[in-house]
Design a protein. Structure first.
Length: 109
């Protein structure tokens, strides 16, 4: 459906736009609120988004543990890698459960 505007419609729209802009300019406007700092922190330091999965090296660095300790946690069943992928990844949920003292979701086969 095609809608065409005649000259009278265009003039009415233009007058309305000019009236609205004039009203905006005439009203005492408060200054715009200051932009929030990056990352939402008071210091403005952005925080990286939490990762959904970690490699062995990333997880060891994050938890400040050795690779041996990581593999001991895996062997004991307290932390399992995500199954079905080529390289080992440890899910954020599994890491959170480990830190809360819970058990892993799936068993290693």
């Amino acid at each position: 459906m095609s809608l065409t505007l005649n000259e009278e419609d265009i003039e009415a729209i233009a007058r309305r736009v000019v009236t609205l802009i004039g009203a905006q300019l005439a009203s005492p406007a408060s200054p715009p609120p200051p932009a929030p700092p990056l990352g939402g922190e008071p210091g403005g330091i952005p925080h990286p988004a939490p990762k959904l999965a970690y490699t062995a090296n990333e997880l060891c660095e994050e938890l400040s543990i050795s690779r041996d300790t990581l593999y001991k946690l895996e062997i004991s069943g307290r932390l399992n890698a995500v199954p079905g992928i080529r390289h080992k990844r440890y899910s954020r949920a599994a890491v959170d459960r480990l830190l809360e003292g819970g058990k892993a979701d799936w068993k290693r086969r």
